[in-house]
Structures are given as structure tokens and as C-alpha cells.
Ligand binder design. Structure first.
Ligand code: BGC
Length: 297
């Protein structure tokens, strides 16, 4: 859903105050909005009731194709859309991808097929599924979901969400508004790409205990990020956050650090929220004026 003269990177709504409850932002039609989360092993999707942030139908999951090129993934995305076509009317679809997304184009591919780099992915999806698509970084979607419905619901300050998985994803949300594509998993710490030394995959590969991972990797990671951006609240997502009680209490940080709530639904829910938000507000002059790179009004 890439308009000329507007930021194609989906934005949260500048006009929306974080004190508004999500129930004030249901989809325009009142119908659920489809969110699809593309991951390294599975492609998951479900329609989302935006009044509550809950799934409006049971989630479907398909295997991610071994050769995970844009064309192959788009075919699976179409299968997900077809599953829920009856429930979502002609509404837009929110899709997450573990890559930087600017103006509908995927710009990086840390843990996915390199053919995504500089691929007009949003357009590829729109062409294949025949609907408006809002494509967003996976961690950004999860962060939005946690702020709208989850662990950081209605938080008025600076929230950092990190997902600890194969890589490290990040989302920075201030006063309810997403600053997209922060990529804090790739800051350099002690000469290394941070996610290569602190992700859940690193813990697994090295056979580290939760205690060693917390003391030897996560403490250094989070204190470095903290010194750079000073968040009020850090939310930790990714599958490993189910075991948060084994490692989060061991970290000594300035900010409060808490586990995510929405777990493996966060990407789906955040993508659906962003797709609806974009569809609802894209025609508002204020939103476009705020993001028009040409300074148009
Ligand atoms: C990617 C991010 C992604 C994160 C989690 C990182 O390697 O660069 O874009 O959000 O992994 O999937």
C-alpha cells in the first residue's frame, strides 16, 4: 500500500493518543482484519478483532518454503488469505517480514533469503493476493501489538520491545507512535553484531544456561542499548520469553524489563492493527503532511 508522496512505512497514528483504548480503533467496517506473520519456519495468519486484539478465528500455519524467495512466500500468503476470505471482506492485509521495510521495499535479509534485499515486496504481495497490503518489520508489528493490547498497553512513555529468537528484533514506540526499523539487534557490541552474541539461537547453539546467558550476554546487550536510548520500559518477546522468570530477574537495568504478553500472536495482531490504521488514516491530510518527504501539504 505504497502511496506516492507518503511514507510507505506504515506509521502508527499521530492523531491517536496512547490513552485512547484500542476499542476506539476497530476496523472501519467492523470486520476483523487479517494479520500474517512470516517467520523462518512458519507463515501464520488469523483475522484479528481490533476492538479487543484477540484472534477472531483460529490461526492457520503453513511451513515456510525451504527456498524462501518472495515469489514462493507470496504463494503461501495467498493460501492464508484464501482461508479467511469470507471473514475479512475486501479489507487490507497486514504482513510482517523479518527485514527492514521502507516504502514497501524490503531492504535487508539477516536471517532470510538474500533475494529479499531491495525487493518491492509490498507490491509483490498486492499483485498476488489482489488486496491492499501493509508490510512491516516483524518486531515493529510485535511492538505495536504489545503497546496497543499487551504488556505495554497504553504506556505513555518510551517503550522498547526486543524479540529474542534466531536474531534480535527491536521496536521503539514513543507515546504510542512507532519509530520503524530500529534494528537494534545489529548494533555492534565488543566488535560483534549484537544478535550473534545475545539471541536465543546463540544461547541454544552454545548450550548456555539461562543464568549464563543472562550474565554473559543479555546484561551487556541491554545495558548498551539502555545507555543509547534510555527507554522507560523494555518488553522482551520471542518464544524464549515464556521462560522470562529464569533470566529477566537476573538483569540489572535502569528501566523496568518485563516479558511480552501476546507471545506468538503479537506479529499477527500488530500487522492487522497497522494495516487498519493505514487504511483508516491514509487520506487524512495531517498524517500525510507529517510524513511527506517532499514537504507537500
Ligand atoms: C532482522 C530484523 C528482525 C529480527 C527478528 C533481525 O536479524 O534484521 O529485521 O526484526 O531479526 O526477526
Amino acid at each position: 500500500m505504497t502511496d506516492e508522496g507518503s511514507a510507505a512505512t506504515p506509521s502508527t497514528t499521530p492523531s491517536e493518543s496512547p490513552s485512547e483504548s484500542p476499542s476506539q480503533t476497530p476496523s472501519e467496517s467492523g470486520r476483523p482484519v487479517l494479520g500474517i506473520d512470516i517467520g523462518g519456519s512458519g507463515i501464520k495468519g488469523a483475522p484479528v478483532d481490533l476492538a479487543t486484539g484477540e484472534l477472531a478465528a483460529e490461526r492457520v500455519r503453513f511451513e515456510t518454503p525451504a527456498e524462501s524467495t518472495p515469489e514462493k512466500i507470496a504463494k503461501v500468503v495467498l493460501q492464508v488469505v484464501n482461508e479467511f476470505a469470507d471473514q475479512i471482506g475486501d479489507g487490507p492485509v497486514g504482513i510482517t517480514i523479518p527485514a527492514v521495510v521502507t516504502h514497501g521495499v524490503t531492504r535487508s535479509a539477516a536471517n532470510i533469503d538474500k533475494s529479499w534485499i531491495n525487493h518491492p515486496a509490498e507490491k509483490t504481495f498486492e499483485d498476488v493476493i489482489g488486496r491492499d497490503v501493509v508490510l512491516v518489520n516483524d518486531a515493529d508489528a510485535a511492538g505495536v501489538a504489545e503497546v496497543k493490547y499487551g504488556a505495554a498497553k497504553d504506556h505513555p512513555g518510551l517503550v522498547l520491545l526486543t524479540t529474542l529468537g534466531t536474531g534480535i528484533g527491536s521496536a521503539l514506540i514513543h507515546h504510542g507512535v512507532l519509530v520503524p526499523n530500529t534494528e537494534f539487534g545489529h548494533i555492534e557490541i565488543d566488535g560483534h553484531d549484537a544478535e550473534k552474541r545475545a539471541s536465543a539461537k546463540y544461547k541454544e547453539d552454545k548450550g548456555l544456561s539461562y543464568k549464563d546467558w543472562a550474565h554473559k550476554s543479555l546484561q551487556r546487550y541491554y545495558e548498551t542499548i539502555e545507555a543509547l536510548i534510555w527507554p522507560d520500559l523494555i518488553v522482551v518477546g520471542g518464544g524464549v520469553s515464556r521462560k522470562a522468570d529464569k533470566f529477566l530477574p537476573l538483569l540489572k537495568l535502569n528501566a523496568e524489563i518485563i516479558p511480552a504478553k501476546l507471545q506468538n500472536q503479537a506479529g499477527i495482531v500488530g500487522a492487522a492493527w497497522l494495516a487498519n490504521d493505514y487504511a483508516t488514516h491514509r487520506s487524512e491530510p495531517l498524517v500525510h503532511a507529517a510524513v511527506d518527504p517532499n514537504g507537500g501539504d
